[in-house]
Design a protein around this ligand. Structure first.
Ligand code: NAD
Length: 260
């Protein structure tokens, strides 16, 4: 799969799934915009590492909880590369708490980063994609965009919202050469998941090993964590010509979790 001459923005790509997808796109020859937080030295190393595959790789540190910063990023990157052909909305955070203890300000930031940011990037990207008659929008939702688990009220709400946005945008741009799809991963061992293991253990009163075995992989029938390389492969497929008629889907990559 070659993406020479295409430009992709991957939000939240300094770590985990976003970094895996950005790596896949860079290796396919695309120009890639890396976004997210982290140590500047490590981010610099990521950018250097991804250069050299033919495309240009840059970093933009816009905060996905801030609509004005999103707007500036989208505008600047379209200006720099002349196009945003592929948009991957991936930035996300998590908090595991019973609903009655859920801090309202954490609710607001999860909804802002995990859901609202996708609206702000999509509305900025669509006019250029329409003008050029080609675009790929990929929203990294979650199995939690399709089903719920306890203690993740804000996350499950945001991810269901992302699936709704995906379907709506897909219909609106269907005749413009643009597809809009959601990928719904099961559990992937990234920093986001590592962090919630102790919280889930506390909320459920079980050990961390029991969280992995009895909570996370209990739902995944393959008994394997999904990998970031597998998700990069799925994202690349959604950018291919073969996927031209795939739009508006919420594709589970979850080891059979949502089939049961
Ligand atoms: P991660 O913590 O490894 O990475 C999250 C990325 O988002 C980082 O680059 C971080 O800097 C960035 N980010 C966080 N807040 C931001 C903000 N305000 N502005 C810009 N960037 C911000 O997490 P991950 O597991 O790779 O998760 C990536 C996405 O995949 C999330 O949307 C998550 O909900 C989704 N997801 C993850 C899993 C999993 O099991 N790991 C499963 C399903 C869905």
């Amino acid at each position: 799969m070659k993406l020479d001459g295409k430009t992709a923005i991957v939000t939240g790509s300094t770590s985990g799934i976003g970094l895996g997808i950005a790596t896949g796109f860079a290796k396919a020859g695309a120009n890639v915009v890396i976004n997210g937080f982290g140590d500047p030295v490590e981010i610099d190393a990521i950018v250097k590492d991804l250069q050299g595959h033919g495309g240009s790789v840059v970093y933009n540190g816009a905060d996905m909880s801030k609509p004005d910063q999103i707007s500036v990023m989208m505008n600047d990157m379209e200006g720099e590369f002349g196009a945003i052909d592929i948009l991957v909305n991936n930035a996300g955070i998590q908090l595991v708490e019973p609903v009655e203890n859920f801090p309202p300000e954490r609710w607001d930031s999860i909804i802002a980063i995990n859901m609202n940011s996708s609206f702000h990037t999509v509305r900025a990207a669509v006019p250029g994609m329409k003008k050029r008659g080609w675009g790929r929008i990929i929203n990294i939702a979650s199995a939690h965009g399709l089903i719920a688990s306890p203690y993740k009220s804000a996350y499950v709400t945001a991810k269901h919202g992302v699936v709704g946005l995906t379907k709506t945008v897909a219909l609106e741009v269907a005749q413009d050469g643009i597809t809009c799809n959601a990928i719904c991963p099961g559990y992937v061992l990234t920093p986001l998941v590592e962090k919630q293991i102790p919280d889930t253990a506390k909320a459920r009163g079980i050990t961390e090993e029991e969280v992995k075995r009895d909570v996370m992989l209990a739902s995944q029938w393959t008994k394997k964590f999904v990998t970031v390389e597998q998700l990069a492969g799925v994202a690349l497929f959604l950018c291919s010509d073969a996927a031209e008629n795939i739009t508006g889907i919420a594709l589970p990559v979850d080891g059979g979790w949502t089939a049961s």
